[in-house]
Design a protein around this ligand. Structure first.
Ligand code: 6PG
Length: 249
C-alpha cells in the first residue's frame, strides 16, 4: 500500500481543474488498456465544479464516454429530483451533458426502503462488473469527498457501516449532526479499497482538522473513515485547496 500523494491547489477552481485533468488521464489509460473506464462519482458539493469542467471542452472530447461505466459512492435516501440527491447533482453537472449510455450508469434506487436499495445497488455492481461469489468490483477510479468529521462516502465515524467487510453496499443511518438527516446508501470500505485509483477532493478550512487527522500522525486506535481508505493495490491521491491543507506540516 503506497503512501498517499498529496497535492495542494491555491483555490477551488484549481482543485476542480486538477481533478478533471487526473480523471481524464486515468480514463484514457484505462480505455487504452481494457477498452472501458469505470468510475464511482463522489456526492456532496465539492466535486460539482470538476464535473462541470469534464462536461465542457477541452476535457469532454478527451474521454471515450460511450465506454465509461458510472456508479455513485453513496446516495441519500431521497427522491431522484430532490436537491439533496447526489445522482441529481451528478446528472445536472455531468451525466446529462456527456454521451455516457444510460445503460452504463447505475446508482442506488434511493426511492426503495434503504436496506432494499442497498441490496439492489450491490446487485447492480455485481452485474456491471460481472462478479461472482465474494468478488469485489475494482473501479478504475473512485472519487471521494470528506466531511468535517472525517466521514467519506456515507461511512461515518462510529457507525456500523464502517465495519462492513463482506457486503459491497449497505444502508446506514447518519449521526444526529449530519444534514440531510436521512438514511444513506454507501459503498463499503472493501469496495473503496479495491479501487485502482482513489482521489479525494477536499476544500475549505472547516475540513483542515480532519485532513490533518486523516493524513498525518501515528495510526490511531479508531481512525477516521477517510483515513481507512487505503487502496490495497491502487493509487491514493488527496487533492486539497490551501485552506483545507493549512493544518498539514
Ligand atoms: C455525501 C457525500 C459525502 C461528501 C462529504 C463532503 O453524500 O454528502 O458523499 O461523503 O463527500 O460530506 O461534502 P461537501 O463536498 O459538500 O463538503
Amino acid at each position: 500500500m503506497s503512501q498517499p500523494e498529496v497535492v495542494i491547489l491555491p483555490e477551488p477552481a484549481a482543485l476542480a481543474a486538477e481533478g478533471a485533468r487526473r480523471f481524464v488521464a486515468i480514463a484514457r489509460a484505462a480505455h487504452a488498456r481494457q477498452g472501458r473506464f469505470s468510475v464511482a462519482l463522489a456526492g456532496g458539493a465539492t466535486p460539482a465544479g470538476m464535473y462541470r469542467l469534464l462536461a465542457d471542452q477541452p476535457y469532454r472530447e478527451q474521454v471515450a464516454w460511450q465506454d465509461v461505466i458510472v456508479g455513485l459512492g453513496d446516495e441519500r435516501c431521497v427522491p431522484p429530483d430532490s436537491p439533496h440527491s447526489n445522482f441529481r447533482m451528478a446528472r445536472e453537472t455531468l451525466l446529462d451533458r456527456v454521451p455516457v449510455p444510460a445503460a452504463n450508469v447505475f446508482h442506488p434506487p434511493a426511492e426503495l426502503p434503504p436496506a432494499e436499495a442497498a441490496s439492489a445497488y450491490a446487485g447492480l455492481l455485481r452485474r456491471h462488473f460481472h462478479l461472482r461469489g465474494a468478488a469485489r468490483p475494482r473501479f478504475d477510479l473512485i472519487l471521494l469527498g470528506m466531511g468535517e468529521d472525517g466521514h467519506t462516502a456515507s461511512l461515518f465515524p462510529g457507525m456500523p457501516a464502517l465495519r462492513e467487510t463482506r457486503r459491497l453496499a449497505v444502508a446506514t443511518e447518519v449521526p444526529e449532526y449530519v444534514q440531510p438527516a436521512v438514511p444513506r446508501i454507501t459503498l463499503t470500505l472493501p469496495v473503496l479499497n479495491a479501487a485502482a485509483n482513489v482521489i479525494f477532493l477536499v476544500a475549505g478550512a472547516d475540513k483542515a482538522a480532519a485532513v490533518a487527522a486523516a493524513l498525518t500522525g501515528p495510526e490511531p486506535d479508531d481512525p477516521l473513515p477517510a483515513r481507512r481508505v487505503r487502496p490495497e493495490s491502487g493509487r491514493l491521491v488527496w487533492l486539497l485547496d490551501e485552506p483545507a491543507a493549512r493544518e498539514l506540516r
